[in-house]
Design a protein around this ligand. Sequence first.
Ligand SMILES: [Zn+2]
Length: 245
Amino acid sequence: MNARSAESRGRQAPTTEGEVRPATWEMVSELRGARIPPVFPSICAASPRGLRSLPTMTTPISLLCDGCGQSASPAHFARRLQRLEWTTRYRPVHIQTLLLGGIAPEGDAAFLYCPEGNFQGEAAKLLDALRISREGKSAVLGEFQKRGLLLTHVLECPLEPGVKPSTAQQLIERQLPMVMARIRRSLKPKRVVLFSAEMAAVAGRFTESSLGSSVFSGPYGPWLLDSSAREGLMEGFREAAQRES
Ligand SMILES: [Zn+2]
């Protein structure tokens, strides 16, 4: 199983080895295609009260998304896989800098790797902070890749409607071990640069010893890429993201 296919699947279902077995599309199709053994008429007839269906038998099955830890509908999984595919197109072979934010933006236009439309929201702020031109989608993304940059988030999916900030922070906490393992074993960047306000509470957990990569934050915690940030701070962000060694 290659890294991409492993990342594009879900989690749950402990294996006999004590690890979690990927379980999204395969599990869904397994469940949909499951063959239920036929019930013999004699068994039904032998029950004086007839057979009852328990409430649990009609409860919809809810799978957690491996990218964000939220309960996921088929549409949620489809969107997750779509964004993974977009990102993979521009993933550098050797990642120099992993730009790690807290929560993926809601709109696709603000998602850096979306191939359609203009760069908006987080994508625009990030490119401006790095002083990368926003002209020409594929040229911009090619430049981003050429510089060895990869953008990802602890929660790789946007928050579902109605999720409170406190719940979002719990989701981030819950995803941390998986994200750290992914950085250490799969992405293996030279350095990790933390940004976004949602990362403030967990920034201290990202250390060189836990990731196997150098970790950079700003003087006041993870960099905030809003337009009010002082130019000196953004200079620090640029240097951290694009340093030579
Ligand atoms: Zn998700």
